[in-house]
Ligand binder design. Structure first.
Ligand code: HEM
Length: 403
């Protein structure tokens, strides 16, 4: 309550006496010791075995960005950039009252708590040639194969460095992106950048699996941290190769446009057959509730499979792909109405796995070959990034590669 009162006073002071006094009051607001509550107080540690922003729930706001190194920026310059970025993120994600290195601060996130901010860094294949680190290039960063549904825009794909930002407050997320961009000046510039969103915490009666822009409950059958094989599927093991990727993961990014006008012409029953799950509650068409395992071998009285042969959950299931699995952690996007009059909207799909050849690639190959959902999707941008393990105390992300 004290914080709100002070903020009101700051607004009034700004109106009456202008910037000088306004700035003084704003500084007082920043020093206010009143505890944060709710969404703002939630914090995800920056340091750890794995980087933040992979296992923790996707936040309400997201920004994805790729940066290219400036001509002449070498390994040493890249290391200095990762150091600046990591130091800034360590400050911005601190529990309690986060701070921002003064050199980059625009005060956009003042008054807010960390709001579950996470910033996750990755390296694209081109990073290794640019910095002369080809001996350290992971085999798993082999270029993704072409798929028939691809309509990829190279200008919005790939990149030397990749950043995934998530926060439950839009100002906190924007601020983090701005800080990273400022800290990169002279060393790297933005190649592409996209904005995404998810449901805001507290908007539903209880925490629920999120819905995507087709209205489906999306994420139910993701691998769970409690699964015995979760770590092995998602993260490179401690003795994995290359050694600098221990505790890391590979992120496949796809900007997937949803052809929503065509989709909305289908009846709900037809939409449910395309996925293999009920739209209302996400329960599989083979019966039960959202969390009931899907029975791919269940048949109706008419002898037809309850989960259609081309249903998305059948074609994508690990059982149909030699056990291939990935952790899907997406943001929706909506970039207005396209020139064709339909929403430029869909999914900023991010899939995490220990090896893309045992995760995204075989599954997408299968989906591309005849999944009912693919008729309503267009893959418009793509990237594959090596995301190293999390930083230890005082370390910067990627230090084991770059030092
Ligand atoms: C499951 C939607 C793209 C892989 C699902 C489910 C929905 C869905 C509603 C069922 C609920 C769940 O288990 O999460 C979509 C939409 C997509 C999309 C709207 C595009 C805009 C993809 C892509 C891949 C993929 C590109 C991988 C290449 C999977 C997997 C499952 C799944 C592995 C779980 C299957 C199972 O084990 O039951 N998806 N999906 N999806 N999807 Fe997608």
């Amino acid at each position: 309550r004290r914080l709100l009162g002070t903020a009101g006073a700051a607004g009034a002071a700004g109106l009456v006496v202008g910037g000088g006094a306004g700035a003084a009051v704003a500084a007082a607001v920043r020093d206010d010791p009143a505890p944060l509550t709710g969404v703002g107080a939630a914090h995800v540690p920056f340091e750890g075995v794995h980087q933040a922003g992979i296992v923790d729930p996707a936040q309400a706001r997201g920004h994805l960005a790729a940066f290219d190194l400036a001509p002449g920026a070498d390994r040493r310059a890249a290391a200095a950039l990762l150091r600046r970025w990591s130091d800034a993120v360590r400050e911005m994600t601190r529990a309690g009252r986060p701070a921002t290195p003064a050199a980059y601060d625009d005060q956009v996130a003042d008054d807010a708590g960390p709001s579950s901010l996470t910033v996750t860094f990755g390296f694209g294949r081109s990073f290794f040639t640019r910095t002369g680190l080809t001996a350290q290039l992971p085999e798993a960063l082999a270029p993704l194969p072409d798929f028939t549904a691809d309509r990829l825009d190279p200008k919005r794909s790939n990149g030397d460095l990749w950043v995934q930002i998530g926060a439950d407050d839009a100002l906190v997320a924007f601020h983090a992106l701005r800080v990273l961009q400022k800290a990169a000046v002279g060393t790297a510039s933005v190649r592409w950048q996209m904005n995404g969103f998810n449901r805001t915490p507290g908007a539903t009666d209880r925490p629920r699996t999120v819905r995507n822009l087709m209205g489906q409950i999306d994420g139910t059958n993701n691998p769970k941290p409690t699964d015995a094989d979760f770590e092995r599927r998602v993260f490179v093991p401690a003795d994995g190769s290359p050694a600098w990727m221990a505790g890391g993961s590979y992120a496949v990014f796809r900007r997937i446009r949803m052809l929503l006008d065509s989709w909305d012409h289908l009846s709900v029953a037809a939409q449910e057959r395309v996925i293999g799950r009920r739209k209302s509650d996400g329960a599989p068409l083979s019966g039960g509730t959202e969390t009931t395992p899907v029975r791919l071998d269940a048949f109706g009285k008419d002898g037809a499979a309850l989960i259609a042969p081309d249903a998305h959950v059948r074609v994508a299931a690990p059982a149909s792909n030699g056990g291939a699995a990935m952790l899907r952690r997406a943001f929706s996007f909506h970039d207005g109405i396209g020139s064709d009059g339909t929403p430029d909207a869909g999914l900023l799909f991010v899939a995490w796995q220990a090896d893309p050849m045992r995760g995204f690639v075989p599954v997408q190959r299968k989906l591309d070959g005849g999944d009912g959902l693919s008729r309503f999707l267009r893959h418009e941008a793509s990237g594959l990034f090596a995301v190293p393990g999390g930083p230890g105390p005082g370390e910067y992300v990627g230090q084991r590669l770059l030092e």
